[in-house]
Ligand binder design. Structure first.
Ligand code: SDX
Length: 431
């Protein structure tokens, strides 16, 4: 059976090459379509458009499958940790003991920001959203590094250093963003603390007293980071690749990813879910009124944390987080009415024809906020936590573009639908 596509256009017929990925996904290659036919493709929201081939993450949305470098998310969630998984995503294989030690030591070596960065933090008003601070401070941090200011695209000998710097410093910047937004003194990282423990230390310790690092809290946050580490060509990762394709430096490209992630339809959904659950709780609604509103296009409301462009089955991350929710809350002896409301909402929505027909299931954001709230992460930091988790995925996608010999600048076309030939009109003649 031919693996070419046939296209009939304006009485002419064309053949288009196709390609098949390692998981048997199929694509029609339209790279030469405009040159051969004068036509381009249009695809609202890129729902049917592949921007690249990639070896990093695989999702089967119909089967609810998510694998990082071929390893199922369920196995990594059970057996691995965030930093080991970050190495896997960025470098393509699970690290040996020696490789993991080198990577971990590099993260420690680069965990401090340049001391003058604190003057930048002082410039933000109290109450500035930590996502705004995070995106700007990633670029600010790059200003202190000559190699980033004179970025070498391609075979960059220092690239592994920048991987460690960004992976480590996004955590320090995030913690400082929180401390600044609360008017609290900055807490420096400790040399002997591991990644996630150090983040919690920088977030919640005080000069006179270290934060108590409960193992279940550290483990729960590390799992949240791991589950968010990569997810194919989502909105923010596509943004990182778009900026990277111009050969901008690694920090600039990932700072752009932070901005894209902030939106409530994307990473901002975890904050929106908690606000939704809190609104339902305070209104005394058992969720049914909200679900009715979410089905009404004119209500301006959506069931936040539900639905996904790719998953038309359960998001495997949501299933893992839901189980972890129950575990963490019982270990911490916390009962959270918002978790009960979330479970009721899920149960009701999964039986409601509106959601069933549209294949709308809970996504990663539906339960993640409950865990973060239980371990004391403030709601305005939820999307920042997502950004820290997603950083290895953004870095891996940047690396993939930079190492692709034929990588080109991303420059989509458009179909113009505005005014045809028009002319300048002196102001006195304008109506
Ligand atoms: C993330 O892409 C990724 O991989 C993202 C992510 C990652 O790891 O990077 O997985 C992280 O962003 C998860 C998604 C978080 N966002 C939310 O939870 C916000 C709520 N969800 C929706 O806004 C929506 O489901 C999206 C944005 C997630 C997906 O949007 P699509 O694919 O553009 O789907 P759509 O808006 O066209 O919806 C199709 C239909 C519409 O109804 P009809 O016009 O067919 O009648 O489903 C309806 C929508 O109105 N719908 C919802 C809904 N989501 C979709 N109706 C009510 N509540 C919802 N949540």
């Amino acid at each position: 059976m031919s693996n070419e596509a046939k296209l009939e256009l304006d009485g002419k017929s064309y053949t288009l090459p196709t390609l098949t990925g390692s998981e048997h996904e199929k694509a029609v290659d339209v790279s030469a379509l405009r040159a051969n036919t004068g036509y381009i493709t249009i695809d609202d929201g890129y729902g049917n458009t592949g921007s690249c081939v990639s070896n990093i993450t695989f999702i089967d949305g119909d089967k609810g499958i998510l694998r990082y470098r071929g390893i199922p998310i369920e196995e990594l969630a059970e057996k691995s940790n965030f930093i080991e998984t970050a190495y896997l995503i960025i470098y393509g294989t699970l690290p040996t003991r020696a490789q993991l030690k080198v990577f971990s030591d590099q993260l420690t070596d680069h965990q401090f920001l340049h001391e003058d960065m604190k003057y930048h933090f002082q410039g933000f008003p109290t109450g500035a959203h930590p996502m705004a601070i995070l995106s700007s401070m990633i670029n600010a941090a790059s200003c202190f590094d000559e190699g980033l200011m004179n970025w070498k695209w391609g075979k960059n000998q220092q690239f592994d250093t920048y991987v460690a710097k960004l992976t480590s410093q996004v955590r320090t910047i995030a913690a400082y963003s929180y401390r600044k937004s609360k008017g609290l003194p900055l807490i420096y990282p400790k040399q002997d603390y591991k990644y996630t423990a150090n983040f919690l230390h920088m977030m919640f310790s005080m000069p006179y007293e270290d934060f108590e690092l409960k193992p279940e809290v550290v483990k729960a946050l590390d799992l949240i980071f791991l589950l968010h580490a990569d997810h194919e060509q989502n909105c923010s990762t596509s943004t990182v690749r778009m900026v990277a394709s111009s050969q901008a430096n690694l920090f600039a490209s990932c700072a752009a990813g932070v901005c894209a992630l902030w939106g409530p339809l994307h990473g901002g959904a975890n904050q929106a879910v908690l606000e939704m659950l809190d609104e339902i709780h305070r209104s005394g609604d058992d969720g049914s009124k909200f679900i009715t509103a979410a089905k009404d296009k004119n209500s301006g409301k959506k069931l936040m944390g539900f639905g996904h462009r790719v998953y038309k089955n359960h998001d495997p991350r949501a299933k893992i987080i839901k189980v972890a929710c129950d575990e963490v809350l019982s270990k911490l002896h916390i009962t959270d009415p918002l978790l009960d409301i979330a479970k009721k909402l899920e149960e009701a929505a999964l039986k409601d024809p509106y959601f069933v027909e549209r294949k709308l299931y809970p996504n990663v954001d539906f339960y993640s906020g409950i865990i973060m709230r239980a371990i004391g992460i403030p709601v305005e930091m939820f999307t920042v936590i997502f950004a820290i988790g997603r950083m290895p995925g953004w870095i891996a996608n940047y690396k993939e573009i930079m190492e692709e010999p034929k990588s080109r600048i991303y420059r989509p076309r458009q179909i113009y639908t505005g005014k045809t030939m028009n002319h300048y009109l002196p102001i006195e003649q304008r109506k």
